[in-house]
Design a protein around this ligand. Structure first.
Ligand code: FES
Length: 143
């Protein structure tokens, strides 16, 4: 089946984040880091977050893996930079809900992460898309 123009636009956004990742690299302490990996493929994402007064003052990532996981990390770090830590859980929930088989459309609050909406058609790739959220939440917990 041919991709429609919406799919093509989404593919272009994913490709752009994968080829020109935003916020790639490590942050020095006191930034905390969190790590997530997909046991099915071995791909990994690490996210560093510097929190100041309940706000994510800076956030970066590094990792190795498929275009979806790495593009999602670039999109997520772009999205949450400057946001309140307390806002992250609602964003994660909206993303997870929208990637469920009969889930709602991804809301505009998710920014470029909305380009991953098509992943819901490939349940094995949903894990790729949410991997960066796992790493970010670990970083924000500071474990
Ligand atoms: Fe490994 Fe996507 S195939 S995270």
């Amino acid at each position: 089946m041919a991709a429609n123009s919406g799919d093509e636009l989404h593919q272009a956004v994913i490709r752009d984040h994968f080829r020109r990742p935003r916020n790639r690299g490590a942050l020095d302490p006191p930034a905390a880091s969190g790590h997530a990996h997909n046991p099915f493929c071995g791909d990994t994402v690490r996210i560093w977050a510097l929190v100041d007064g309940g706000r994510i003052a800076d956030v970066t990532f590094d990792g190795r893996g498929c275009s979806i996981s790495q593009a999602a990390a670039s999109m997520l770090t772009t999205l949450v930079k400057g946001k309140q830590v307390a806002a992250v859980e609602a964003l994660r929930q909206a993303f997870a809900d929208g990637l469920a088989p009969d889930g709602p459309a991804l809301p505009k609050e998710l920014g470029d992460l909305r380009s991953l909406a098509g992943v819901k058609r490939f349940p094995s790739r949903v894990r790729c898309a949410v991997l960066p959220f796992d790493a970010l939440e670990e970083a924000l917990r500071g474990d």
